[in-house]
Design a protein around this ligand. Structure first.
Ligand SMILES: Cc1cc2nc3c(=O)[nH]c(=O)nc-3n(C[C@H](O)[C@H](O)[C@H](O)COP(=O)(O)OP(=O)(O)OC[C@H]3O[C@@H](n4cnc5c(N)ncnc54)[C@H](O)[C@@H]3O)c2cc1C
Length: 237
């Protein structure tokens, strides 16, 4: 566990019109260990006024690491508006890792992953760790995004899921007029889950996204006969 340590902003990469990937590296070179699914508290400190604000962000890279990557939706709020103007070399402060939403990837276990919007971030950490370990996953990932141009790290997502044997289904909830998107549209529901994971009762389900998404999908899983003990969830937004 690290508390309020300085981290230098190393990379800023626009992933979609709404989401940007930020990588921060420990100023003292310390590596931290964490379980995919956990989050960090990222603090911005105004050097002149001493003002400090912090927000929680899921760690998107694989552990252990001296740097932490976050996939952040720039909603121009109190914290994210600081990131709108962030520059390489800026110093932020990080405390980590936190949280009970942890991927337990026992070989032989089957999974269902349900991600809404930036709720995809913790799944990236898990996929990247599995790739680093060359560990195949018997998993189905259903990812819901508002727009077809808002699929986070689209190329890597396609590549890494195919490499690990994870079945990927993306659904776009607000297709735009003249959209060339040919895949699923509409919200994830019990029917969509059954289509991609007919054996859902035999799978451990992980859900991450906004509260309405998480609550609706918990209910959908229960209606399909999934045991409450086999559902793990994290929500924000
Ligand atoms: C455990 C945990 C993990 C999180 N991981 C991530 C992550 O990986 N990526 C990420 O982008 N966020 C993540 N968040 C959300 C993050 O902590 C902030 O709440 C978010 O960045 C908005 O902060 P803000 O200060 O800019 O907005 P605020 O000033 O707090 O809010 C401004 C306005 O934006 C709205 N808003 C807040 N969050 C969102 C959102 N996500 N989408 C749309 N509107 C929003 C609020 O309702 C409000 O109207 C996580 C939160 C938790 C609790």
């Amino acid at each position: 566990m690290i508390l309020n340590r300085p981290y230098v902003l190393k990379t800023i990469k626009k992933s979609t019109p709404e989401v940007t990937a930020f990588t921060f590296e420990a100023q003292d070179g310390t590596s931290i260990d964490f379980v995919p699914g956990m989050f960090a508290m990222l603090y911005y400190k105004n050097q002149e006024t001493g003002e400090s604000i912090g927000r929680a962000f899921s760690i998107a890279n694989a552990p252990p690491s001296g740097s932490l990557e976050f996939l952040i939706s720039l909603v121009h709020g109190k914290f994210t508006s600081k990131l709108d103007t962030a520059k390489i070399g800026d110093v932020y402060y990080i405390s980590a890792p936190y949280g009970q939403f942890k991927f337990d990837l026992n070989p032989g276990t089957k999974f269902l992953f349900l991600a809404g919007g930036t709720g995809l971030a913790p799944f990236f950490s898990m996929l990247r760790l599995s790739k680093a370990r060359s560990q195949q996953i018997d998993g189905v990932l259903i990812y819901s995004t508002k727009y077809s141009d808002d699929i986070i790290e689209h190329e890597e997502l396609n590549q890494i899921t195919s490499e690990l044997g994870v079945k990927l289904a993306v659904t776009v909830t607000r297709p735009k007029e003249n959209d060339t998107w040919k895949g699923n549209t509409g919200h994830v529901n019990a029917e969509m889950i059954k289509k991609y994971a007919p054996d859902v009762v035999d799978r451990i389900s992980y859900i991450c996204g906004p509260p309405a998404f998480v609550n609706a999908l918990k209910q959908a899983l229960l209606s399909l006969g999934v045991d409450q003990k086999h559902i793990k969830a994290e929500m924000w937004g």
